[in-house]
Design a protein around this ligand. Structure first.
Ligand code: PGA
Length: 247
């Protein structure tokens, strides 16, 4: 496990983008796993800058997003499909048909989740997975208590996550209560993982995931079992770490 502690979220984005770019340049038809939320925004801004500067090409890149709300159409401004279009895909030379976000309106969400796994297998699996961490230690929508072997499936959101995400909706009652999410077992199959964190509200979760036991109570702790994980943590999210990671 590698840990890089950086000054702030802008540096976090730049360091994360450099890690991904290095791998992308070495492999055409790169399969990138992507995340939503405020955490990866500085990373996406840097990837957009690199693309516009001619430093990074997305023309053959394939992407798979971690999750999507159930019952929210892709055109809804709070759908994760909209988020990805607005914050990344609309600004880079990627082929939209090569970008995959779970379909929140799928008639049979369970069957869709199985098909999503097959789509990832068909392109040889994810080369580099981007993750954020929730204040409760979740990765994607794998809330505490999710099996460490879980696969892409329909999940119920916890009250903590509903509250965290209510800032994006007019009322807390408007936040969807279910989502489709890659499982922890699915995420662990990626060749490489970069997990980003910034903000004081993430400090406890970061410390528990990095220095605590591997436990279903802290889904991100499962990353301790992966051979190629790189944590990029802004100082304000690293304050509870006790070991001398990357200092
Ligand atoms: P955030 O969410 O980036 O909006 O804090 C992170 C997550 O829940 O994975």
């Amino acid at each position: 496990m590698q840990v890089t502690i950086v000054r702030d979220k802008d540096e976090m984005g730049k360091v994360g983008a450099a890690l991904i770019a290095e791998q992308m340049r070495a492999k055409p038809h790169f399969v990138l796993g992507l995340a939503t939320g405020s955490t990866p925004l500085p990373l996406y801004q840097e990837l957009i800058r690199m693309n516009k500067a001619g430093e990074l090409d997305f023309s053959t890149t394939i992407t798979f997003n971690l999750d999507e709300y159930v019952g929210v159409p892709p055109t809804h401004d709070q759908s994760y499909r909209s988020f990805m279009n607005v914050n990344l895909f609309d600004h880079i030379n990627i082929v939209k048909a090569a970008t995959h976000v779970p379909d929140g309106m799928a008639a049979n969400p369970e069957a869709f989740c199985e098909a999503y796994e097959c789509m990832m297998d068909d392109v040889g699996g994810v080369d580099y997975q981007v993750l954020g961490i929730g204040s409760n230690g979740h990765i994607a929508f794998n809330e505490p208590g999710s099996s460490l072997a879980s696969r892409t499936r329909v999940v119920k959101l916890t009250q903590t996550t509903i509250k965290d995400n209510s800032r994006f909706f007019a009322r807390v009652e408007d936040v969807p209560t279910r989502a489709m999410s890659m499982g922890i077992g699915t995420v662990l199959e990626a060749e490489r993982i970069v997990i980003l964190a910034h903000g004081a509200n993430k400090a406890d979760a970061v410390a528990a995931a990095l220095e605590g036991p591997v436990t279903v109570s802290v889904p991100a702790s499962a990353l301790q079992l992966h051979p190629s994980v790189h944590w990029v943590i802004a100082e304000d999210a690293a304050t509870k770490l006790k070991l001398e990671w990357g200092r």
